[in-house]
Design a binder for this molecule. Sequence first.
Ligand SMILES: Cc1cc2nc3c(=O)[nH]c(=O)nc-3n(C[C@H](O)[C@H](O)[C@H](O)COP(=O)(O)OP(=O)(O)OC[C@H]3O[C@@H](n4cnc5c(N)ncnc54)[C@H](O)[C@@H]3O)c2cc1C
Length: 400
Amino acid sequence: MASRQQRIVVAGAGIAGSLIASGLSGREDVEVICLERVGATDHMDAGTGLNIGPNAIKALKAVMPERADAIVSNSLAWQSWSIALTSGRSLMNLALSDVADNAGIRIRWAELYALLRKPLTNVIRYGAALSSCGRDGNGLFVTYHDKEAAADIRIDNIDLIIAGDGRYSRIREHFVSKEEPRFLGVCLYRLLFPAGADCPIDDYGQWFNGPNRLLAFRVPGDFVYCAGSFPIGDDGVVSDEMKTPEFLRGAYTPEGGMLCAEAAYLISALEQYTDRIHWARLQDGTTRYDAGAGVVLVGDSAHPMVPTLGQGATQAVEDACVVVDEVRRALMNGASLEDIPASVSARRTERAEFVVSFSRDATDTMLAGSDPVAGTLKKLEPAFTSRLERLYRDVPVPLS
Ligand SMILES: Cc1cc2nc3c(=O)[nH]c(=O)nc-3n(C[C@H](O)[C@H](O)[C@H](O)COP(=O)(O)OP(=O)(O)OC[C@H]3O[C@@H](n4cnc5c(N)ncnc54)[C@H](O)[C@@H]3O)c2cc1C
């Protein structure tokens, strides 16, 4: 039985960390400290958008309904998923209501971060980069560098460390090991730009020319988010030549040169805003929640995955719901928090591994040599749609 106020340190005020801090702060029985390496306004111009799956919204409504309402009312609904060729031939038009209990959302990163952090003014320490962590005679500790004070600060007597510090988690590296990414040989880049007049883009759509794919949807504020991809060589290098308007136009233009209105519009935007594109490569890794007594990994630190199904942030939300639920339950029962990592792992590992592997499988049409027509037709078959239903409907339910 815990008789004193317990102390939780959340590293990273990203998707998972902010939601967990919201769900647990303001209680008498626990102190919550959230460390965020960037300054209070540094992510406000984060330049892209994202779609969050129906499963995240369903889970959040069950555990933190006020957070779900805030996010849903500040975003656009994600209700359909269409796939076509850049020439205009339609391959798939899926209504999410056929495979999910509710819609997903479309939003800008900057808006999402602002919404998630808004209720946490007294909980988040900004400009606080976790620099080390460990376990000694007094239990768990972390140290962080306070940018404003230009000082290193140590927090001792921690009952639970929650690693929401993303894909290159220092906490995972210290308590488990450094996670080496697995690259899939695909360049993925992102761009957010003003929709302008006569924009033909609305809900979530994809357009293929061979394995080269454009993905786009509208987000609030009259912006379009575009995530393009193309296979890269075995060296994994995205060369300077690939980052040119000429290369990008060539990648998406089919034989004969005829482009549908959506592809033509997106390619023009890529040409106009090439210097604003964020470049990355598809990668994933292994799943791990339990990093030892009192240390739990969440979000990208627990399960790096490819963003093909828009499930990275979505799973970070599901993780947050389970962590909040487990901690509330432990506090209600007067239990110590050191077993939280094991209980979260028991509830989450199978689900996260399913999502990581499903996301990887769904990437098939983006790999070198793939045929988007055959690959997309397969996505209409029950083998794929039943997995999609499991993904969108089988969300964690609160036990507390
Ligand atoms: C190209 C691309 C497109 C994507 N599109 C989607 C999409 O459409 N839908 C979707 O669901 N997911 C998408 N994702 C995945 C999504 O971005 C991540 O899965 C999600 O952000 C993970 O959330 P998180 O809370 O684990 O980490 P993050 O949101 O990355 O937050 C980590 C936080 O920790 C902070 N931090 C890091 N280190 C430290 C430290 N040492 N000390 C203190 N703070 C620290 C960071 O500043 C950050 O605020 C995409 C990813 C990529 C690369």
